[in-house]
Structures are given as structure tokens and as C-alpha cells.
Design a binder for this molecule. Structure first.
Ligand code: ARG
Length: 298
């Protein structure tokens, strides 16, 4: 295996361009493109789809995940044999590809990875997707570990329960006065705009079905940001399910009210990590679990 070439492929995928890959590896862009091309010719397969940004093909991705593990093993080796630290690629910081849902990132996840990065010299590359979809990132080998709603292990992964994200349906007092002057009736509900994160977001729909005992349709704004979701609720744009960690303060001071007091929606989450990386990333899993246990109530 030509590790210099594999490292070049991984750097192009990580940075999105041959120039930035060259800068990050301290070589010329033409060295990068020769290494990549040479490897592609030898394997008879395209590894990188050239574009803006450059992305990996499925074969390219498999090589990138292999390089993640090589990077972790090299890190262990350097710790034992510092005399190797002059070799090419040695001392290059290892970037871990992780996936999480947006609401985890907006509440507890960042604290967990921040504490991990303070204690190690890993870099992280965090991808955001819906909790029902982050498992696909693991399956396709695009990440080494993920926060997911999927309890069943993805092939080759270890699963640990994290507890549950808790949500409350909230709106501003002004919004409630405008749309629900006579309380939360079915008719009023069908006219009151909600907030929906994106096409994968089912939370409002699920909540409405549970509360009214039937499928309900309602108008909606689309707003793909956890923080903006909260701010838009406070600003009276719509009602929405917000994570309790973010809503608490605003419910206390009266910026927000619950549509159905005391009613929560719980979404259990799991940490899935590639078995081949799990031992090396024990510290990462530990930080994740420590914060999740405290914040997600396991
Ligand atoms: N499930 C998605 C996520 O956390 C979108 C969440 C939508 N949030 C909401 N409060 N409805 O990434």
C-alpha cells in the first residue's frame, strides 16, 4: 500500500480541494494530483470526484476510513517510538469524522467533544443529519461514530444508549393569544403555523398526532437551525418542539409558554462507534457518555 498516496486522497476529501490538501500536507499541488492519479490508475478506479468541493467516491471513502484507522495506529506508535516521528505523515494530526443530529449538537454534544479535544490532539469533523439518518453515514463508512436514533447495531459497530432528548411544544405568549384565544382546539390548531426543521423532521407531526389522537395537518415555516428554531418560537413565528435544555430559561421568564403544560416528547438516542476504532477512541466515548448521562437523564 502506498501510504503517501492514501494520505493525499484523504487530505483532498477532508479539505475539498487539491490545493488545500497540498497545503495541509506541506507538499505541492502537483505532487498531490500525481499521487492521487497514480493510485487511481493502479487500482483502476476513480477515488475522487473532481468538483467544487472535491468529494470521495465509495471506493475513495473506504480508503479514507482505512486511513483514519492508520492515523490512529500511527499515533499510538509514535507515543511508544518517538524515533519514528520524523517520517512523512508522522505528527500529522488525525481528523475524526463524526455524525450527530442538529439538536444534540445544539445542546449537549459540543461540550462532550470539546472536553475530548482539550484532552487529546485529535481534530474532529462533525456532520449534521437527522437522528434517523446518521446511521447511514456509519453504514457508508463516511464517519467512525455517530449519535443516532437507531438501537440495532450498524454492522461492525458497538452501541451504547445515551438517554433521551426531551422536547416541549412551545410558542410565544403573543402567538398563543393570536392563534389559540379559546385554547388548543382542533380547528385553531389546523390554522396555526408550526416550525419544521427540514423534510426529515417529524417531531411536530408526531406530537400533534399524539395530542389529538389523529393525524393533523398544519401550515409550517421551514427553518433548519436548532438555535433559530428557539429564536423563531420566541419571536412568535410559529409553535415548535424545542429541546427542554434550550426552552427552560425562556419558559421561566415567560418568553415562551407550553402548548400542553407538562407534556414531553422523548427521543431515545444511541452512540454507535466502529469496533475497529472503539478502543483507540475510548476517551471520546467516555466524554460523550459522561455528558449524555448528565443531560439526557439515563
Ligand atoms: N431531528 C433533527 C435534528 O435534531 C431536526 C430536529 C428538529 N428539531 C425540532 N425541534 N423539531 O437534527
Amino acid at each position: 500500500v502506498d501510504y503517501a498516496a492514501l494520505r493525499a486522497v484523504a487530505a483532498v476529501v477532508r479539505t475539498g480541494s487539491f490545493e488545500r490538501a497540498a497545503a495541509s500536507l506541506h507538499v505541492t499541488p502537483s505532487a498531490i494530483s500525481q499521487r492521487v492519479k497514480h493510485l487511481e490508475e493502479r487500482l483502476g478506479a476513480v477515488l475522487i470526484e473532481r468538483g467544487t468541493p472535491c468529494t470521495a467516491t465509495d471506493k475513495g471513502l473506504a480508503l479514507c476510513r482505512h486511513m483514519d484507522r492508520v492515523g490512529m495506529l500511527e499515533k499510538d506508535l509514535m507515543a511508544q517510538l518517538p524515533e519514528f516521528s520524523g517520517l512523512e505523515g508522522a505528527g500529522q494530526r488525525v481528523t475524526l469524522n463524526l455524525a450527530t443530529n442538529a439538536d444534540s449538537l445544539g445542546t449537549w454534544f459540543l461540550e462532550a467533544i470539546a472536553s475530548f479535544t482539550r484532552a487529546t490532539d485529535y481534530l474532529v469533523n462533525v456532520a449534521i443529519d437527522d437522528e434517523n439518518h446518521t446511521a447511514d453515514w456509519l453504514r457508508r463508512g463516511r464517519v467512525l461514530a455517530a449519535v443516532t436514533a437507531l438501537e440495532r447495531p450498524v454492522q461492525g459497530c458497538r452501541v451504547t444508549p445515551l438517554g433521551s432528548m426531551r422536547y416541549q411544544a412551545t410558542a410565544s405568549p403573543g402567538f398563543v393569544a393570536r392563534y389559540f384565544p379559546d385554547g388548543l382546539t382542533e380547528e385553531a390548531f389546523r390554522r396555526a403555523p408550526a416550525l419544521t426543521f427540514d423534510q426529515k423532521d417529524q417531531l411536530q407531526t408526531i406530537w400533534a398526532r399524539e395530542v389529538f389522537g389523529q393525524a393533523m395537518s398544519f401550515p409550517t415555516h421551514w427553518l433548519p437551525s436548532t438555535q433559530s428554531f428557539l429564536e423563531a418560537s420566541i419571536a412568535g413565528m410559529g409553535w415548535a418542539l424545542n429541546p427542554v435544555q434550550l426552552a427552560r430559561r425562556h419558559l421561566e421568564c415567560g418568553d415562551l409558554v407550553e402548548l400542553v403544560p407538562g407534556r414531553f416528547l422523548e427521543r431515545p438516542l444511541f452512540w454507535q462507534i466502529n469496533r475497529l476504532a472503539a478502543d483507540q477512541l475510548h476517551e471520546l466515548s467516555r466524554s460523550i457518555l459522561t455528558v449524555a448521562r448528565r443531560d439526557l437523564g439515563l
